[in-house]
Design a protein around this ligand. Sequence first.
Ligand code: NAD
Length: 481
Amino acid sequence: MIETIFNYINGDFVSPRSNEYLDVFEPATGCLYARVPNSNNEDVEDAIEAGRNAFPIWSNLSVKKRSDYLSDIALDLISDQDRFAIWESRDSGKPITLARTLDIPRAIENFTFFIDFIKSFKLDYFITSDESNNHIQRLPLGIVACISPWNLPLYLFTWKIIPALIVGNTVIAKPSEITPYSAFKLAQICKKNNLPPGVLNILNGNGVSVGDPLVSHPKIKAVSFTGGTSTGKKIAQNTAISFKKTSLEMGGKNPAIIFADCDYEEMLNSLVKSSFTNQGQVCLCSSRIIVEKKVYEKFKIDFVKKVSKIIIGDPIKPETQFGAISSKEHFDKINYYVDLIKEEKGSILFGGKILEINQRCKNGWFLEPTIVEGLGPESRINREEIFGPIVTLQPFETEQEAINIANQSDYGLSATIWTGDSVRGGEVSKKINAGVIWINCWMLRDLRTPFGGMKQSGLGREGGLDVLHFFTEQKNICKPV
Ligand code: NAD
């Protein structure tokens, strides 16, 4: 049975005004299983109206009261986390175990973190002198748009909406049309917990039909976006005209630098994860592995051996470590890059083939994890974001050479440095142009820290204080003493 997903506007589940829907596929099987509204400007107007009416009520509630609503929603998400993991895996093709251990726990943590963190956030403070008394207030902006991608659907959806809501904004959120299911289910929890109508509105659809009118709408005060760099550019153009606040988290081409003196086993285990978690579809995945010449040959052999043991298969099986590519379009894009490896005269050390998984997955979109060598930093494979299970190996001799290769990229989201020399780790990290740098670890996150990229990877930072500042505006009320 094909399930219908609805928009969530003003506390109701509604069809799109146009009655137009998009197909939603299960990547592991290639089968159609749901349809999602392809909303348009009329639906945007409805959601704006709902957000506008709800804003005075929601923004005037105490932080405690807003947190209480979000806590109740979080409790229901916690008690339903197993089903959420199943839905997320079905929608995106990611292994169920990954959804169980990463996506859904992190979505829950996004609630619990901000509910706790807001307690120490100063919504107002005073600066006084002999001449003036200044009362500085941080105020919610109004109606804000939160736009998220398909790779970590509920994880990134909640990462945006919770901070926006907790400081008193009303939200129009747009999940990816490729993975809309978990946001739809979260909306059902919101309704069950009587979140006031219009506080959170969820519009589904593609970028042209609903994304453009949403971000361009004069009543939208800020846009928080995570997705591809070309989409981010379009959003920046559409919002600049009205000086909207924008936070853009975009693509990456992240280097992992491996020095010969690192803890080899720990590095190797971590590198397999940082390269191929979620089929390489995490914006923080390492896609350019830069290895000191002294250990290059050994690393190559050991890495290929470890990658060859990754369990690829039906995402629904708990033992599966590597699932399906999230959409047919993306599968075709990655295959194009596999062909480009050959055109650019790179050597495929492992992978590069489409996989046929038996039984229910026989029409799914599966590709082998792929390791490439022989391509320099100027190749398209090393310059363009593939966002899939393809990594390249490049050797280096000197520290400076490693830094040069790492920085030879239009992107600057994250980087990983593996070394046993803490001084060197610190020095190299200063010279790498990326917003998030991990030394001897990967994906270790304290949610209080700023998160975001440099260059074509981002504008602004999420997390901790940064996102609470983003979703508020300051006003200074000054009186003479
Ligand atoms: P995408 O840019 O195609 O889509 C992201 C979202 O933007 C979707 O909801 C989409 O419908 C919407 N959208 C598309 N066009 C729009 C428009 N004109 N106006 C408004 N919204 C529009 O990205 P994707 O393919 O869903 O996700 C993959 C990309 O996301 C990769 O480039 C990856 O690196 C990036 N990403 C970045 C981060 C980060 O934190 N920097 C995290 C995850 C993913």
